[in-house]
Design a protein around this ligand. Sequence first.
Ligand code: PRP
Length: 222
Amino acid sequence: MADTRVLTIALSKGRILEQTLPLLATAGLTLAEDAEKTRKLMVDGDYLGTPVRFLIIRAADVCTYVEQGAADMGIAGRDSLLEYRPRVYEPLDLEIGRCRMCVCGPKALVDAGVPERGSRIRVATKYDSLTSQYFLTQGVQAEIIHLYGSMELAPLVGMAERIVDLVETGSTLKANGLVEETTLFDISSRLIVNPASFATRRKQVGEIINGLREAVKTKGNG
Ligand code: PRP
């Protein structure tokens, strides 16, 4: 039976939103309000004459909304997808929000070399799982100090010897006397789709995927 609910798309708040909106517009998806200004969490929208709606939520929560089927589709960073491993399809790299996930630390510590096998260090991050896995492969005993943001502060106040965080321009690291040690992953934003929505709303979801694929190509050529 065809699903008649309004198609729901989850978008990440924050700096990615600025790059997301033009891509959506090129693909024919528009929001009825300025998503960067409104305090509303659910915003009406339009896809080529058909009503859709958008959820404006925290990046890490996009995976949950789409996995649970509360949103049919979403735009999530590869960092969240790697960390939380939601059961969703990932049909398209949107090639926005490009950055890298790195191990970083104070210059003096990084210059002294990577932590030795068997050593113990404290690592501040919001990527607990990826960080644990990485240091396990290095034979280093990492105590994970979970933070929700501004990880760069932790080494400055003596709370951690390393951080695992996203680096884009490197200016936040530089401003806080930190340097990159190791790149773990290249990151960009991905389109994700709930598997049941993919099956039951194949036509509309397929059209939007194709529209966004073309928008990514157009942007790449522009
Ligand atoms: C991100 C990231 C770094 C910073 C890197 O934080 O966590 O702190 O951007 O960018 P840069 O290399 O261009 O300086 P964001 O500002 O998104 O906020 P958060 O700390 O709350 O995650």
